[in-house]
Design a protein. Sequence first.
Length: 367
Amino acid sequence: MQYRIHPKTGDKISVIGIGTGPIFEAPEKEAVTALTYAYEQGINYADFATAGAKTFSYAGKAFGSIRGEMLYQIHFGANYETGEYGWTTDLDTVKRQVDWQLKELKELKTDYIDFGMIHCLDTAGDWEQYRQNGVLGYLLEMKKAGVVRHIGLSTHTPELANIVLDTGLVEQLMFSINPAYDYQQGEFANGSAGERMALYRRCEAEGMGISVMKPYSGGQLLDAGISPFGHALTASQCIQYALDKPGVLTVLPGIRGLQDVKDALGVLAASEEERDYSAIGAFTPKDAFGTCVYCNHCRPCPAGLNIGLINKYYDLAKIGDSMAADHYEKLPKHASDCIGCGHCDRRCPFQAAQSGRMREIAGYFGK
């Protein structure tokens, strides 16, 4: 397993996590086997915006004895009173649900929450209601009491994410990242490609981690028949796409059973060619045309440059990431080492003029 360190919290987080959404539909034995296998393979991060209440019992059986080794995202606004998922901003309902998960639901076997999530807000009206109803205040009280270690936000909308991030309360963002949504295809394709990438860069620059939901666009990207691109991607390609984005710490594919866990873990052993998602370049929207997305399809560079990282550190430095220049400095080769051969320009599926970018970046950093 590979891990990334959360810049603010210091948590060591597995790059593959568990999205528990659909697993409640599995028989208990199969579900517990899948979750246990995930832990045994090094997965230590689980999100609990699940579709059914049975998931909590399954997780308790799989993770109860090793709770301290797992990191839980639990949502203040997810309601399971009917046994299935519901959304709420009613304070009394939220309190009952958190009490149920921490106290009454003994199977979950936890009395604390690693990341308490402001749940699924997509409009300014949602945010206003969440505050006016007292749910945000309750979440802050739980953090002050030590029950919640860190506060996060779950949203599909860059505009709303930026509004909440401006408060300084949030250390983790749960956001839907996949090439369909980033390229304005699908139900949650909110914001332009440029706005979405700006959000990812902001998170990295400010030390906020991103946990990725819906990396397969609800399964659409895995099936050529329903893919908005008319082309199927693999699980490894989708996960690699998300992991390449600034700020991303972990990707949380929805797990239905053991095979889904194995499919997600496949990215760790996949070859560079198997992880290459450059085919989506043919569908690049106008506002993303000519933009480096750090996919590294241009490799190998004849001069040995890591063109993806050079671009990433430059973009982050320009928006104020104080660490970006230091990271750039430590690269073995810099933009000034570019020999202008044009190999990267010809290889880029997004038609970024990388040779020109290298001259621009060399001028910015002085090397």
